[in-house]
Design a protein around this ligand. Structure first.
Ligand code: FES
Length: 168
């Protein structure tokens, strides 16, 4: 994914009418379209200037919500649930499959910036466990074939195919 340009960030803010009360939505879009899963300092400063919100207030929001990152992250952070229901339902197999498919270990990020592998706790989808989460998408009933397909679609940046594997 390409990095954001100043014009793109200005467009995101225009989409919301440059309204200061839309700050949260604007910051979320900036992060989503950033290509490195974070809100860079230059875009926080631009938002401060355009929305006429003090930079300190913008950082209050960015540091309050856990979903925001201030440093570049991998494009796809794959979180594998290890709470008891998933753990006792082959979570270790799922971990092995993701490690094999991505070529990295849990807690690591790939050198190309595409993948990170992390643990998460129960996301309330125990009935379709074992489960992995990428952003807002929950992937359940994981098999080795499905894990291989998820990793392939991430690598190909094929969001549509990736979403088709979600929630089943
Ligand atoms: S234990 Fe994994 S989703 Fe609930």
């Amino acid at each position: 994914m390409q990095k954001l340009s100043k014009e793109q960030v200005l467009k995101i803010m225009e989409r919301y009418g440059n309204a200061p009360q839309q700050l949260l939505a604007i910051l979320l879009d900036i992060q989503e379209e950033s290509g490195n899963n974070c809100v860079e300092k230059q875009w926080a400063e631009l938002a401060s200037e355009v929305l006429k919100i003090p930079l300190s207030k913008i950082y209050d929001v960015l540091t309050f919500y856990a979903m925001f990152n201030l440093e570049p992250q991998s494009e796809y952070i794959i979180e594998i649930c290890r709470s008891s229901p998933c753990f006792f339902n082959r979570a270790q197999d799922v971990i092995n499959w993701f490690e094999k498919a991505t070529g990295i270990k849990m807690g690591e990020s790939s050198a190309d910036g595409i993948f990170s592998l992390a643990y998460t706790n129960c996301v309330g989808a125990c009935d379709i466990g074992p489960v992995a989460v990428i952003g807002d998408d929950v992937f359940g009933n994981l098999t080795e074939e499905k894990v291989t397909a998820i990793v392939k679609h991430c690598r190909d940046r094929n969001k549509r195919e990736l979403s088709s594997l979600c929630q089943n």
